[in-house]
Design a protein around this ligand. Structure first.
Ligand code: MN
Length: 128
């Protein structure tokens, strides 16, 4: 059996964390929860995930600053912004800030896991 893809889920809202974890685990992912920037840093240092789901509002801390920090460090991991922001220009701001994609909250429970899967590298890599 192939190893399950590990998702680092950075989310400070307990209910969002519960729902997202449930959906990801149900889809077969391994979820590493982090309730804030410090927890996320510790988790990243411990064991790099295959993908990061990053809430953009972390109770005073800005998710995008952590994304910028990670992009300076490399290696490149897929990072998806998870955010309730739906203002015009936000998507562009997150993508310009180093995110590979954007998932709007409230989460669409039917498409959430497949949207995450779409951004994971295929197993074993491949050309290009
Ligand atoms: Mn939040």
């Amino acid at each position: 059996m192939p190893a399950r893809s590990r998702i680092l889920l950075v989310e400070d809202n307990e209910q969002n964390m519960e729902l997202a974890s449930f959906l990801l685990e149900e889809a077969g992912f391994e979820v590493v929860p982090a309730a804030g920037v410090d927890e996320a840093r510790r988790a990243l240092a411990e064991r790099p995930p295959d993908l990061i789901l990053m809430d953009m509002d972390l109770g005073g801390a800005d998710g995008l600053s952590l994304v910028a920090e990670l992009r300076r460090q490399g290696p490149r991991l897929p990072i998806l912004a998870l955010t309730a922001h739906a203002m015009r220009g936000d998507r562009e701001r997150f993508l310009a800030g180093g995110c590979d994609g954007y998932i709007a909250k409230p989460i669409d429970t039917r498409s959430f896991a497949s949207e995450v899967r779409r951004h994971l590298a295929p197993p074993g890599g491949g050309p290009g």
